[in-house]
Design a protein around this ligand. Sequence first.
Ligand SMILES: Cc1cc2nc3c(=O)[nH]c(=O)nc-3n(C[C@H](O)[C@H](O)[C@H](O)COP(=O)(O)O)c2cc1C
Length: 322
Amino acid sequence: MKLKIGNLELKSNIILAPMAGFSDTSFRQTVRNFSKHCLVCTEMISSEALMWNKSQDICQAEKIEKPISYQLSGHKVDLMTKGALKIEPLADIIDINMGCPVAKIVKNQDGSALMKNPQLAFDIVKEIKSVIKKPLSIKMRLGFDNNSKNYLEFAQKMEDAGADMITVHGRTRSQMYSGEVDYNAIKEIKNTVSIPIIANGDITSLEKAIQVLEITNADGIMIGRGAIGQPELIYRIEHFLKTGEILPELSLKERINILISHLNLELKYYREPINALKFMRKFYAHYIREVRGASQYREKLVKAENFDEIFSILEEISNTNN
Ligand SMILES: Cc1cc2nc3c(=O)[nH]c(=O)nc-3n(C[C@H](O)[C@H](O)[C@H](O)COP(=O)(O)O)c2cc1C
């Protein structure tokens, strides 16, 4: 259950993944309301944007979110180092994005493009490590594509450069977010390096979490999409690992109440209700996926233009799914 990353000792080995466009402070706080100890991660923060002070919103976090990891993206050693120094006072740990597959990011030589340039990745980690005191982790994939799976050499190089932990999304860049996750490859990495290894990819239930921990023998797991609409998942896994007890699933009423408190948090940070409503549109389908007639309700929620409309749709969902 515990996880030691450099000089940082965590009471939980489950981590909430960085997810651009999803894991803002409100979402992280929604997860934190259940799990008091899991590490949560910010969305990736561009080292370039950071230098131009264009990242205030994305850097926003509250004390209750701690322990929190700030994730940096970029590829220029000097900018990445300056960026790391800038966010170090906010962070408990800094993470480097070496896994993002999005074309715009890769074209810029950032994210998973770094897996094609292990020496540059090495230089970035080594240089940042030489200036910061907080732990430094990296997040990688298995390689760029099926013909260039360099995960073992790459992970070893990151350890040699001074990384304190590695999270592995068990896919290549060309797989993007679908296709099979290779948990055996994550196990190979675990058997190769001595720093903590975190397994990531398609962990969406307690059963899958237990299975992945068993297959990979990883020091922990990271959960992304599985926590969207299920912010209690990390806590359920932690509770099982600690006690062996399987907590009952949340009732629909409880899940709807979580949706409402998530929405209220978004409102607090967005201030303009319409912006909070727009941001929440991508979450509705996930919160109500178990509901009868989910797709029709989702459509109504997405079209709603004020909170009263949202509340009356949620009430209708509760009443018709009793
Ligand atoms: C919408 C979305 C945004 C993401 N943004 C980031 C990001 O900013 N940084 C990062 O390292 N990974 C990002 N990822 C990848 C996730 O952190 C994670 O590695 C991936 O989704 C696989 O885990 P999962 O199956 O548990 O979601 C993102 C994934 C999604 C779906």
